[in-house]
Design a protein around this ligand. Structure first.
Ligand code: F6P
Length: 609
């Protein structure tokens, strides 16, 4: 049995954090919702809102049941496994190629039953259907949410029609355009202004227009064609553009400017700097005449765009024939499988990109059609709700035991926190529970040597997802040792240590000096979910990303959140524009600032060399 200390630690978490401090904060006004007061809704939207107003989860009978259940729960993974030899099997689910073991979570069959009742009670099945149907469930932006349509196979029935748009036809038309362009670049048919083929693609974008392709490019490195390198330029820090272009050959570089809105200051600034770099470098080599025609020709051969805003692309000077479109019903953080994935399609090729999309579709179908109690994204989303709302967890670790997935936690941070970091519900009323836990992580085993101490023996409850594949991209044998097996031994060991801990008796039995016995006790009952797949193929990566998209959706539905807007990022953007003149010496604008901001800007101005 786990030590008494372990149980006490978990009980402490139950008592001290349950109930969602954010709720109180919102209700007492101590946390100001970033989106401001509820916006008036237009007539048609209002109608939709009335018929689909969020159901307060705390009013669903299962909520009270879960609360009582949490109060009575004595987490005891050692005992639960001992009593029920079928636990691992019962709590292991498969979805596509994903094998997910949920058995090391702090749950019993009662927990699962109550959680699925909660999901039924808030109408999760109807919300899932509404999303796939293309209902305008992104109410604050009055948009459908149809990233699932991006991976619908050609000709899938029933046809999907939004307003006047034949969604399937448009999606596949753009895919063909992307695949054709990717082939041209890969085979060297696409040539730069001096006639050379492309060797380096630089994706310029930020947020959803960067994190998805950047993460997938490193995850799928073994599938990248020889002779093509992709770099990602996102930060407006000039160090990023300087370092990204430092050793580049302008003759063989292709820039993809990816921006859904084509209005993002970081991306447009970087794109302008990259354009200037191209012109300067070509001129310095005597390969560019100093007239607008020559410059435009260079841009046409070295810049393409991905956007929903064709007019702004044209204004920037990129030929709209070299623009790959998508639609307002694709959110930025849900767009890696749209034309935003163009750099990836070039790198891994159309066939692999199609497999990537098929992976998403497999999980879409699982999510859409599987009963709640065996539905992997639903159950993982509900587990997150269980930990946040009933056991007081405030963060969630994602720990890939795959170096290829080293950018996966960063990708998930935008997906999860930009989606569910909200304190208003989709009808503009305050949320009634804590929402949006912090997602973070690093690849194992690096994390083991950094922050696992806190997960094993700290006072916080941190549910963790461990992710690994059976067959490595780079098998390596060191003498008798298969190094990937050694690596994964750590995965299995860590999830075991977190679940079952080490009692004082076990520590003593090793002959440990009594004075340090307490320090060597591991409380256990630290929840983990283990996700495995055969190999990190494009299809498996698509499945993995899609799994987390739908986990995020599930949580949002339980909390009544519009997981597809992101008003909370706007204020900072506006203020940066307003403040910028002060930073550059405008005394009047400086005088308008608060004392702290004024003094910081002064410090900057005094110290800037
Ligand atoms: O500021 C946040 C955000 O709007 C994200 O949601 C989005 O992914 C990112 O900026 C980039 O936006 P865009 O693709 O329009 O440049």
């Amino acid at each position: 049995m786990a030590g008494a200390g372990a149980l006490r630690a978990i009980r402490w978490a139950l008592v001290d954090h349950r109930g969602g401090p954010n709720v109180t904060s919102v209700q007492t006004g101590r946390v100001t919702p970033t989106a401001g007061p509820p916006q008036p809704v237009r007539a048609r939207r209002k109608e939709a809102l009335v018929s689909t107003a969020p159901i307060d989860p705390t009013g669903v009978p299962a909520w009270a049941g879960l609360r009582e259940h949490a109060e009575q729960l004595e987490p005891d993974l050692r005992g639960w496994f001992a009593e029920d030899p079928g636990r691992a099997e019962e709590l292991t689910l498969t979805a596509g190629d994903l094998h997910a073991d949920l058995s090391k979570n702090l749950i019993t069959s009662t927990t699962v039953n109550l959680l699925t009742e909660l999901a039924e009670g808030v109408g999760l099945p109807e919300r899932i259907a509404a999303m796939f149907r293309g209902d305008r469930i992104n109410v604050t932006e009055d948009r459908a949410v149809l990233h699932t349509a991006l991976r619908r196979p050609a000709g899938m029935q029933p046809a999907l029609q939004i307003d006047d748009q034949d969604v399937n036809a448009d999606v596949h038309h753009t895919l063909e355009q992307m695949y054709d362009f990717a082939d041209q670049v890969r085979t060297g048919r696409w040539r730069g202004v001096t006639g050379k083929p492309v060797a380096t693609v630089v994706n310029i974008g930020i947020g959803g227009s960067d994190l998805g392709p950047a993460m997938a490019y490193s995850a799928l490195a073994p599938y990248v064609a020889d002779g093509i390198e992709v770099r990602f330029l996102s930060n407006i820090d000039p160090a990023d553009v300087a370092e990204t272009t430092a050793d580049l050959d302008p003759e063989t570089t292709l820039f993809i400017v990816a921006s859904k809105t084509f209005g993002t200051i970081e991306t447009l600034t970087n794109a302008r700097m990259a354009r200037q770099w191209l012109w300067d470098e070509l001129s310095a080599r005597g390969q560019l005449a100093s007239n607008n025609r020559a410059r435009n020709r260079a841009v046409a051969k070295h810049f393409v765009a991905v956007s929903t805003a064709l007019d702004r692309v044209a204004e920037f000077g990129i030929d709209t024939d070299n623009t790959f479109g998508f639609w307002d019903w694709v959110g930025g953080r849900y767009s890696v499988d749209s034309a935003v994935g163009l750099s990836l399609a070039i790198a891994i090729g159309p066939g692999n990109f199609a497999d990537f999309l098929a992976g998403f579709h497999t999980i879409d179908e699982h999510f859409r059609t599987t009963e709640l109690s065996r539905n992997l994204p639903v159950l993982m989303g509900l587990l997150n709700v269980w930990y946040v709302n009933f056991l007081g967890a405030e963060s969630h670790a994602v720990l890939p035991y795959s170096q290829s997935l080293h950018r996966f936690p960063a990708y998930l941070q935008q997906l999860t926190m930009e989606s569910n970091g909200k304190s208003l519900r989709w009808d503009g009323t305050p949320v009634t529970t804590a929402t949006g836990e912090v997602f973070w992580g690093e690849p194992g085993t690096n994390g083991q040597h950094a922050f696992y101490q806190l997960i094993h023996q700290g006072t916080r409850l941190i549910p963790a997802d461990f992710i690994a594949v059976a067959t490595p991209a780079h098998p390596w044998q060191e003498g008798d040792v298969d190094v990937h097996s050694l690596f994964l031994a750590n995965f299995f060991a860590q999830t075991k240590a977190l679940a079952f801990g080490k009692t004082a008796e076990e520590v003593r039995a090793e002959g440990t000096d009594e004075a340090v016995v307490p320090a060597r006790v591991f409380p256990g009952n630290r929840p983990t979910t283990s996700i495995m797949a055969p190999v990190l193929s494009p299809g498996v990566l698509g499945q993995l990303i899609c799994l987390y998209e739908h986990i995020t959706f599930t949580q949002g539905v339980i909390w009544g959140i519009d997981s597809f807007d992101q008003w909370g990022v706007e204020l900072g953007k506006d203020l940066a524009t307003q403040i910028e003149p002060a930073v550059n010496g405008d005394e009047e604008v400086l005088a308008d600032q608060d004392a702290s901001t004024r003094s910081l800007i002064r410090y900057y101005r005094e110290h800037r060399l």
